[in-house]
Design a protein around this ligand. Structure first.
Ligand code: GRF
Length: 215
């Protein structure tokens, strides 16, 4: 069992997808805690209802990013996590924080990275007229929305789409690929090689390596 801590800032639907997968017996993880930087994050209540320990570390209470990140890391490390999962955590993290969790910090981003890092990804995808959009789970590096890709899912962009319909189509895929990526991590099947992620075959696969992809 891998010990994980989930960081959220808002509604926490990706966190819920992970809780559902755990409850379905698909994820060999213990969710040690859910931590938010916003005391009013709706996801905190959802997590508490699921019997998970919750905390908040309010970024507004700190003079600068370094002080907030240090307090956040202290809170996280009380749970000794094997993996820290950013699930809609809307704070830029300092280099020191990211280095501290190197190789055990995952993020989900609502675009096919490296396209559209940052905010308003669905609006920007529509403005650019791309025909394919999607989402990415990646290991976190100090560069915003950047890092070795674990898995991506693509969706079509339809002529009839607006920001909301496109966001909903992508979100459904987020809820599919984040539990998948976390399962691979928890099974010890992800290896970082030269800035790329290799996915080891399942236990009886003789250790062969295959490329991660969307099934
Ligand atoms: C998701 O679209 C995620 O990719 C992005 O923020 C959103 C969070 O949604 N990083 P939720 O809080 O998981 O519902």
């Amino acid at each position: 069992m891998k010990n994980v801590v989930i960081l959220i800032s808002g509604r926490g639907s990706n966190m819920e997808a992970l809780i559902r997968a755990r409850d379905a017996g698909e994820l060999p993880i213990t969710i040690a805690a859910v931590i938010s930087n916003r005391p009013d994050a709706a996801g905190l209540e959802t997590a508490a209802k699921a019997g998970i320990v919750t905390h908040f570390v309010d970024h507004k209470g700190f003079p600068d990013r370094a002080a907030f990140d240090a307090a956040l890391a202290e809170c996280i490390d009380e749970f000794a996590p094997d993996l820290v999962i950013l699930a809609g955590f809307m704070r830029i993290l300092s280099d020191g924080f990211v280095r501290h969790y190197a190789g055990r910090l995952l993020n989900i981003h609502p675009s096919l990275l490296p396209a559209f890092p940052g905010l308003h990804t669905h609006r920007r995808a529509l403005e650019e007229g791309v025909r394919i959009h999607g989402c990415t789970v990646h290991f976190v590096t100090p560069t915003l929305d950047h890092g070795p890709v674990v898995v991506q899912a693509a969706v079509p962009v339809l002529d009839s789409d607006d920001e909301a319909s496109l966001a909903a189509r992508v979100l459904a895929q987020e809820h599919r690929i984040y539990p998948l990526a976390v399962r691979w991590f928890a099974e010890g099947r992800l290896a970082l090689e030269g800035g790329r992620v290799r996915l080891a075959a399942e236990a009886d696969g003789g250790g062969a390596l295959i490329s991660p992809g969307v099934g």
